[in-house]
Write a protein that binds this ligand. Structure first.
Ligand code: FAD
Length: 372
C-alpha cells in the first residue's frame, strides 16, 4: 500500500508536465503509468510527426510549442521542427530523467474509489491512496468510431502503423481532420486511390484555431491531395457500414452507397480514457467532461483534476500541448493553496509559470482570431 499527497495518472506530456511543476514545491507526489513513459507516442505510426512545430525559442520567453517544462525543447534535443512520436517519447524520458520525476511504471490504475477525504486507487501493483488525484490518461489509447452502425467492419486509423504497406489499390477514408488527411496523403503517395468522406467541406475555414480546422502543417498536404487524380472527396455523413462477401457498403446520409473492397479506414478521433473514473464524470452537451473553470477539477468532485487535451471550457479547446500546458499551473496552485502554502511561495512559483506559459487562469483572452 502506498500513501502520498498527490497522484498523477499517466506519463504523457499532460502528466509529466504537471508533475514537473509539483516537483518545484516540496509536496509529495507520484506519477503512475500503466506501461512506459510516453507510451502513446511510441504507438504512433512510424512516419507520423508532431504537427505543431518545435523551435528553441525558450530564452526569449516563448517556449517551444511542444515543451512541457521550462529549459527543455524537443527542437534543441533533435534539431528539427517536427519530431516523430518515437523522438517525442525520448524527449519525455529525458525530462523525467533530468528532473527526477517520481514515476511508477507498469502500474495500471484499474478503478478509483472515494474514501472519505482520500482517493483509493486500485492498481495492477496494489492499492495507492492520495488526497489529490490528477487524471492525465490521455485520449490516444481510446480511439473512437462513433455514430456509425456496423463500425466493427472498419479499422481505426490509429491502428495503421505503416500505411504504405497496406494491401489493396483503392481505399475509403472516413473523416477529414488531421489524421484523415494524413492517411489519405500517405496512401496517395504510394499510388493508391482514396475516397475521403467528411460531413463538411474540409477547407471551409472560418477560424484560425487549429483545434477546429486543419493545421498549417497539414494544409499543404491537403492541397496536394485535392490536385491528385487518385483522390476524390464526398461531403456527407456515413450512417452505417455493412459487409457482403468481399465488399463493404457505406451508407451515407443522403442515401448514396459507396462500395469498397478494402476495410473502410475511420479517422474519426479519440476521446479521454475514463473507465476507472467514469462514475465521477459529468458531461457537457458537446460530450466533453464538465470541469470547474477556476481549477480544472471534475464538476462536483473536489480534489479530482483533469490535465490534458480533453480540457475544454466553453469554446476554448485545450487539445494541443501549447494550450493544455497553460493549465498545469492552475491545478498546482489550487493544491498548494488547499495545503496552505505561504502566499509568498505560491506567488514566486506563479510568476515563474506565467513567464513560461504554464499558467493561464483568465480565459477571456483566448478567443482572439487572426485578422490576416
Ligand atoms: C494522432 C494525434 C496526433 C497529435 N498531434 C499533436 C501535435 O502534433 N501537437 C500537440 O500539441 N498535440 C497533438 N496531439 C494531441 C495529443 O493528444 C496530445 O498533445 C498528447 O498526446 C496528450 O498528452 P496526454 O499526456 O494527455 O496523453 P498521452 O500521451 O496519451 O499519455 C497518457 C498516458 O497515460 C497512460 N495511461 C492511460 N490509462 C492509464 C491507466 N489506467 N493507468 C495508468 N496509466 C494510464 C498511458 O499509457 C499514457 O502513457 C495529437 C493527438 C493525436 C491523437
Amino acid at each position: 500500500m502506498t500513501i502520498t499527497n498527490v497522484i498523477v495518472v499517466g506519463s504523457g506530456p499532460a502528466g509529466l508536465g504537471v508533475a514537473a511543476l509539483l516537483d518545484q514545491s516540496d509536496i509529495d507526489y507520484l506519477v503512475l503509468e500503466k506501461k512506459e513513459i510516453g507510451s502513446s507516442f511510441l504507438k504512433w505510426p512510424k512516419n507520423m510527426e508532431m504537427i505543431t512545430p518545435s523551435f528553441p525559442s525558450n530564452a526569449f520567453g516563448q517556449m517551444d510549442l511542444n515543451s512541457i517544462c521550462e529549459a527543455t525543447s524537443p527542437a534543441f534535443t533533435f534539431r528539427k521542427e517536427h519530431v516523430t512520436g518515437r523522438e517525442y517519447a525520448q524527449y519525455l524520458n529525458a525530462v523525467a530523467y533530468y528532473f527526477q520525476i517520481n514515476t511508477h511504471l507498469d502500474t495500471e490504475v484499474i478503478q478509483v474509489h472515494r474514501q472519505n477525504e482520500s482517493w483509493m486507487l486500485h492498481t495492477s501493483q496494489g492499492p495507492y491512496f492520495c488526497k489529490y488525484l490528477i487524471w492525465a490518461a490521455g485520449e490516444f489509447q481510446n480511439p473512437q468510431i462513433k455514430n456509425i452502425l456496423g463500425s466493427q467492419h472498419c479499422v481505426h486509423s490509429s491502428f495503421i502503423k505503416d500505411p504504405e504497406k497496406l494491401e489493396g489499390t483503392s481505399f475509403v477514408v472516413v473523416g477529414g481532420y488531421e489524421s484523415g488527411v494524413q492517411i489519405a496523403f500517405d496512401l496517395i503517395n504510394t499510388d493508391k486511390k482514396v475516397t475521403l468522406i467528411n460531413p463538411y467541406q474540409i477547407d471551409d475555414a472560418n477560424t484560425s484555431d487549429p483545434s477546429r480546422v486543419l493545421s498549417p502543417y497539414t494544409y499543404p498536404k491537403y492541397d496536394k491531395l485535392k490536385n491528385s487524380p487518385l483522390y476524390s472527396e464526398v461531403v456527407d455523413r456515413v450512417i452505417s457500414v455493412t459487409k457482403k462477401e468481399d465488399a463493404y457498403n457505406l451508407q451515407l446520409e443522403d442515401e448514396t452507397v459507396i462500395t469498397t473492397e478494402e476495410r473502410p479506414i475511420c479517422a474519426t478521433g479519440f476521446s479521454l480514457v475514463t473507465q476507472p473514473i467514469e462514475e465521477f464524470i459529468t458531461y457537457t452537451e458537446d460530450g466533453s467532461p464538465k470541469l470547474h473553470e477556476e481549477t480544472d477539477e471534475f464538476f462536483g468532485h473536489k480534489n479530482l483534476y483533469l490535465s490534458g487535451p480533453s480540457v475544454r471550457h466553453g469554446d476554448h479547446i485545450f487539445c494541443f500541448i501549447y494550450k493544455f500546458r497553460q493549465r498545469f499551473g492552475v491545478i498546482v496552485e489550487d493544491i498548494l493553496r488547499k495545503e496552505k502554502y505561504e502566499e509568498e511561495v505560491i506567488s514566486v512559483l506563479l510568476e515563474k509559470w506565467k513567464a513560461n506559459g504554464m499558467y493561464l487562469s483568465d480565459l477571456s483572452c483566448c478567443g482572439d482570431e487572426c485578422v490576416c
